[in-house]
Write a protein that binds this ligand. Sequence first.
Ligand SMILES: [Zn+2]
Length: 334
Amino acid sequence: MLRKPTAVFVDIHVENPTFLVDPTFVDLHFQGVTYTKGFQPTDVDPSGKLTLVFSVLPTQRGIGQSMSATVDPQNTIRESNEANNTYPLPPLPPVLVSVRRVSPLRIDYVVLTKLSRCVTPILSPCYGAIDLRAANESLNQSRSFLEATYPVPTVSGRFVGTIEGSPVRFTGRERDLDAAWSLALKTDPSVERVVLLVPSGYFAFHFRPFVGESFPDKNAVLATVNYWMTPAHEVGHTFGLHKPTLWPGLGEEYETTNPVGLRGNCASGYWVQRSVPIGDGICFMSSVPITASRTFTFQTSCEVSPGSVGKDVDRHSWIDSEDYKALFLRLSAR
Ligand SMILES: [Zn+2]
């Protein structure tokens, strides 16, 4: 993607690794830029293998742009074969990369500070004020997660104001979202989506057992403060991912996984800005357990092999490739 830092994995194989005693450099060439990284002999495993992760910034769009890597470009290491240090070389076909331009995504954040008034607390408990520091952290964390997982170069993620929550149970949610959307539109006419961060207790007050919610005809979504994956999930619905049956749609990812009963699909990738490899992640369109507060790693399962169904292990939240493709088509067409 144009102007989005992208991870490139370079697998290196050292013949006779025990003879390697000096640090070695590797160059990655792309679009006229050389990216250099080094490794130490101790980084190589006993079989001579290691993987280096480069962060590459594509600056020119177009299809079929070649990429190559060279180990020991200055030829400082004496080798048994000096002719196999570049990949790919003829007769191997070139490694070709296509770069597309996608517009940045404008998401504004509104904070619902407290309930405007609470008349009959017997029905369900009224909720208290939001923790503003937690709201600020939630904005930063969820914005950088959106930027990492969505196929866009950047997510603006600005705070545009506060509102008070409607005292009307159940239908008040939609009023709150409309208020947040109007507020954002006033400050930022080009806003595309709005995340309304709400205090914990908000959904219980409205008789909904959720931590986030979105509606078919609204570009503003609800997310409980401290659930950092939830904005990505709810905004995902508004871009057509796993529409809930009520919208009407085919249903949530966690309702339609095969076999049924899993929280969602497996997902893997690399969080470039934070240098976090995600090898055994789970899609953010999965269901979020109530315990997954202030974290991107939580106990859940996405395995499909019969013996592992329901097995809970710590998994990093990410996006599965099918959802990524769907978002890419949707976001690059706007
Ligand atoms: Zn959902």
